[in-house]
Each structure stands twice: as C-alpha cells, then as structure tokens.
Design a protein around this ligand. Structure first.
Ligand SMILES: *[C@@H]1O[C@H](CO)[C@@H](O)[C@H](O)[C@H]1NC(C)=O
Ligand SMILES: *[C@@H]1O[C@H](CO)[C@@H](O)[C@H](O)[C@H]1NC(C)=O
Length: 271
C-alpha cells in the first residue's frame, strides 16, 4: 500500500507543471530534479553532507563520496526525506543523533562503507524505516537496543559483515520484518530466543557463516518462514528437531554444501 502511495507520489509529481528552477535552490555541485524533490549529490567528491539541501527533498543520493562520518544532525530540517542513499562513501562512523528529524525516512542505504559499529541511538528517529541496508561493512557485533524503534522495518540486510554475535533480542519486536539477510558473516551459533517474535519473517539467509549449532527451538516461532538458507556452514550434527519444530510446512530449506549431512534422512524428516 505504501509502495503504491510512493509510486503515485512519483507519478503525480512528474505530471505537475514545471516550476521555475531558481525558486528552489540546489546545493552547489548537485543536480536537482522534479522541483528539487530528487537531489543527486552522488560521486561529487563531497567530504561532508552538503549544506543548503532543499527542505522538500524526497530522495537524496549521496553515494560514492568520501564522507568519513555522518555528523550529528547532518540532515536537520529534511522532514520530507523518504529515501537516503549513502552507499560507498567511505563512512567509518555515525555520530549520535545523525539521523535526527528523519522521522519519515523509509529507505536508508548505508551499504559498502567501513562501519564497525552503530551509535546507541541509531534507530531513535527512524520510526518509519522499512528498508535498511548495511551489507558490506565491518560490523562485528550488534548491541541489543540497536533496532529498538524500527517497528515498521520489512527488510534488513546485514550480509557481508564480520558479525560474530548479537545482543540478545536484537530483532525482537520487528513484527513486520519479512526479509533478514545475515549471510557471509562469522556467526557460530543460532541461539534459542535470538529469532523470537518475528511473525512475518519469510526469508532468512544464514548461508556462509561458521554456524555449528542451531538450538532446537531457535526457529520454532518463525511462522511465516518460506526460505531458509544454511549452505556453507559448519553444521555437522544437524538436530532434526530444529526443522521439525518449524511451524510451517512450506519452508524451503537450502542446505547444499553442508558437510557430511545425510541429505536423504533430512528429506525423510522434512516431508
Ligand atoms: C577522503 O577523506 C579522508 C579523510 O577526510 C582523506 O584522508 C582522503 O584523502 C580522502 N580521499 C579522497 C579520495 O579524497
Ligand atoms: C569456526 O568455528 C570454530 C568453532 O566452532 C572455530 O574453531 C573456527 O576457527 C571458526 N572458523 C572461522 C573461519 O572463523
């Protein structure tokens, strides 16, 4: 529904009559489209978030710059911002309150940076966020409170980091989360309670970690799970109970590449 609204928004704005460009200032070096709703500051060599961004900016492209960090209140006043792209910008640090005032932001792309941690208040302002991309960073650990306010999140990509573990209950309360990507990290255990209260989760990617243990009821509450990938792990002794406890009969489990897994037996248990 929201997607539709967004689409309509885009369509409507592209059909409205052209406005005099000079009445809406555009930051130096950036390109502004659709009466400055869409602002492209990508690949312009910026070492900080440019000033003078139009207040009505709906989408801000800031990828492929050299930002090093996202400072406190870097986007103040951009109440209309829905999509913020910060991919591939050499970001090593996000300061506290960096995303202050972005209460309507729906999509945040922080992929392909060098983040090793997130600030404690990372999610505080991001109440409307539906998609968060953090893949290809250097995160080792995600503290329990990191995603606390992201009630509306549907897609979370944490793949290709250095994650060894999470704070307990870090995903708890993400009741609309449908896609969780954790592949290509260094996880070793899927613990009881770590994937609790994710009633909408449909896709869970855990492939290419170093998982040697899945607690037998760790996946039990994933009522909507349709795809689970586990290949490229260290699961020598799979507990069949783990999979029997999955409450859906429709889950497709991708297991190829598991060492010494008796595939036939597994099939017997799953069907
Ligand atoms: C990027 O920023 C860092 C620190 O601000 C600086 O040392 C480096 O030279 C910059 N790289 C480029 C390509 O401008
Ligand atoms: C994988 O986990 C085992 C312990 O279960 C550990 O000994 C090994 O070093 C880990 N391998 C990698 C690549 O992290």
């Amino acid at each position: 529904m929201r997607l539709l609204t967004g689409l309509l928004f885009l369509l409507c704005s592209s059909y409205s009559p052209p406005l005099v460009q000079s009445s809406r200032p555009c930051p130096h070096l950036c390109a502004c489209y659709e009466h400055a709703d869409l602002v492209d500051c990508g690949a312009r060599g910026f070492d900080r978030v440019p000033s003078g961004l139009p207040h009505g900016t709906w989408l801000l492209e800031l990828g492929k710059n050299n930002l090093s960090e996202v400072g406190t209140r870097a986007f103040t006043g951009l109440w209309s911002l829905r999509v913020l792209v910060l991919t591939n910008s050499h970001i090593q640090l996000i300061q506290p309150q960096a995303f202050f005032s972005l209460s309507f932001l729906e999509k945040l792309d922080l992929s392909w940076n060098q983040l090793t941690s997130l600030p404690a208040d990372f999610s505080t302002s991001l109440l409307a966020l539906r998609e968060l991309r953090l893949e290809h960073n250097s995160l080792c650990y995600i503290p329990a409170y990191s995603f606390k306010y992201l009630d509306n999140m549907e897609k979370l990509d944490l793949s290709y980091n250095q994650l060894v573990s999470f704070g307990s209950g870090v995903f708890r309360g993400l009741s609309r989360l449908r896609q969780l990507y954790l592949h290509n990290n260094r996880l070793t255990v899927v613990q009881h309670g770590s994937l609790d209260m994710l009633p909408a989760l449909e896709i869970l990617q855990l492939s290419n970690n170093n998982i040697s243990l899945i607690d037998s009821d760790a996946l039990a509450s994933l009522y909507s799970l349709a795809i689970l990938t586990l290949e490229g792990n260290n699961l020598r002794h799979l507990k069949f109970k783990t999979f029997v406890s999955l409450h859906t009969t429709a889950t497709h489990i991708q297991l190829s590449g598991l060492h010494k897994t008796p595939q036939l037996l597994l099939k017997l248990f799953l069907y």
